[in-house]
Design a protein around this ligand. Structure first.
Ligand code: ADP
Ligand code: MG
Length: 238
């Protein structure tokens, strides 16, 4: 289902090479966290996987199929942004239903899917509100709801919690982990927060200037960081 494979993927903007040839395998159902300093290419990598940017060279396979030239809407991946990207003039219900409306799904089916997602995310009582009448955590849940209704092969999260205060972040982190437990859908999660990486990931990908410094489970990286750069990100005592 939701396996994602990158083979020798590169990305340049003009003459600047942001991603050198990069190979990566993400297994179906895995929770993979990308960490690395600001500007190292985490968002670019996510956008390449989502199809929001074209690769300069290389191949992206989704679910065993070459998806390198597949448009984003056909990749069956759902991206969740830190800015939520909600429509302020629409109710929560209409925000969550948006991708279903775009896909021409009938109203009854839209309502059924929106209500199921709202239940999972504890948003049932908020469906008729506007985003401006919600807390930051609730808005982030609406953005996740809009991803869930598409029933994607994988969720792509780009620093989804970085606009939330520390207390809310802990709660949302647990909610996203629970969502992964429940749906067992592949998730790729970009963060620069060590605690999120260590507690949420099955596999951590440590990026530096567009290349992969090390890949492994949180425990692997904690016990055997390849160098001080990795150790610094993982907070291991080396
Ligand atoms: P991160 O998400 O890890 O902070 P990004 O993927 O946003 O990093 O950016 C990686 C590098 O690519 C940065 O140097 C950034 O300036 C550059 N970059 C990203 N998007 C563009 C773009 N559309 N045009 C030119 N340069 C870009
Ligand atoms: Mg980024």
């Amino acid at each position: 289902m939701g396996s994602i494979v990158l083979k020798q993927v590169t990305k340049s903007f003009g003459t600047t090479k942001v991603i050198p040839p990069l190979d990566l395998e993400i297994n179906d159902g895995e929770f993979v966290v990308f960490v690395g300093p600001s500007g190292c290419g985490k968002s670019t990598l996510l956008r390449l996987i989502a199809g929001l940017e074209d690769v300069s060279s290389g191949v992206i396979e989704i679910d065993g199929q070459d998806a390198t030239s597949t448009p984003p809407a056909k990749r069956r991946l759902a991206m969740v942004f830190q800015s939520y990207a909600l429509y302020p003039h629409m109710s929560v219900r209409r925000n969550i239903a948006f991708p279903l409306r775009m896909a021409g799904i009938d109203k009854a089916e839209q309502d059924r899917k929106v209500e199921a997602a709202a239940k999972v995310l504890n948003l049932t009582d908020y469906l008729e509100r506007r985003p401006g009448q919600l807390s930051g955590g609730q808005r982030q849940r609406v953005a996740i709801g809009r991803a869930i209704v598409r029933e994607p092969e994988a969720f792509l999260f780009d620093e989804p919690l970085s606009n939330l205060d520390a207390a809310l972040r802990v709660g949302m982190r647990l909610e996203i982990s629970e969502l992964h437990e429940r749906l067992k859908t592949t998730m790729i999660y970009v963060t620069h927060d060590q605690v999120e990486a260590m507690t949420m990931a099955d596999k951590i990908v440590v990026l530096r200037a567009g290349y992969i410094e090390q890949v492994g489970s949180p425990l692997d990286l904690y016990r055997s960081p390849r160098n001080l750069f990795v150790a610094g990100f993982i907070g291991s005592p080396r």
